[in-house]
Design a protein around this ligand. Structure first.
Ligand SMILES: [Zn+2]
Length: 244
């Protein structure tokens, strides 16, 4: 099972704020309740494992999956296995610190995290801020205060300059963050998924552009793939955990 919180390698959940869970061993507890053998991992990590096994990352043994949805999730796969980290917090890409000038607080309690900009809610916020800061300048754009992430990408595809600038900003932050990740784990591929990835090439191209600019020279040619399993990625990953 995939759990929306950090899970250590022995199955201990270290607080899962979304579900109101404290600290306990979810594998043992689910085994007690169902009689089945249970393997658990962080949901984004398990999804990354699923994509490696049967999805967009098929054929690669070392990859980093990035899920661009309401927030930014991530999973690191090394030698076909999840890299959980000491307490299950590896792959928390969304909370890589990116900016020092942020005034609003992220869901994690810090300020300036990647997911405050590079998620569906993030690009909406960037756009709202931009429109607010330039409201007296008669900016030519089809975007409004209540534009959604999809509206912004659609406008960018039509050439709207403000929308293109917002997509560029998101691509810059993601490209830079992935270049930093690549300096640490040097994956063969990045697999990009999540609702916002449905924007397609326009987003992938700009992420790839900035990644190439910021990546260490030897890691500049890392492959970018689109995720293929959508919400089923976690189910595939869960099965793979048990098969291991
Ligand atoms: Zn955060």
């Amino acid at each position: 099972m995939g759990v929306p919180g950090p899970v250590s390698p022995d199955g201990t959940v270290l607080k899962c704020v979304n579900l109101g869970w404290g600290v306990f061993n979810v594998e043992q507890e689910m085994n007690r309740l169902t009689g089945f053998k249970v393997k658990a991992g962080n949901d984004a990590n398990v999804a990354a494992l699923g994509e490696m096994w049967q999805g967009g990352g098929k054929g690669y043994k070392n990859l980093v999956m990035v899920t661009l949805g309401t927030g930014v999730g991530g999973g690191v796969i090394i030698d076909e296995k999840i890299l959980p980290g000491a307490v299950g917090a590896a792959g928390e890409i969304g909370h890589i610190p990116m900016r020092d000038d942020e005034t609003e607080t992220c869901g994690c309690g810090k300020k300036g995290c990647l997911e405050q900009y590079a998620s569906a809610t993030g690009i909406v916020r960037l756009t709202r801020r931009y429109l607010e800061a330039h409201k007296n300048e008669n900016v030519q754009t089809m975007l409004k205060e209540d534009s959604t992430a999809k509206d912004i990408f659609d406008a960018a595809k039509l050439g709207d300059k403000v929308a293109l600038a917002m997509v560029d900003e998101v691509g810059l932050l993601l490209g830079k963050a992935l270049a930093a990740i690549s300096c640490v784990v040097n994956p063969e591929a990045f697999v990009i998924g999540g609702g916002m990835a449905k924007a397609g090439e326009i987003l992938l191209n700009v992420i790839r552009k900035y990644y190439t600019e910021y990546a260490f020279h030897a890691a500049r040619d890392t492959v970018f793939k689109e995720a293929e399993l959508s919400n089923n990625a976690g189910i595939y990953g869960g099965v793979r955990l048990v098969l291991e």
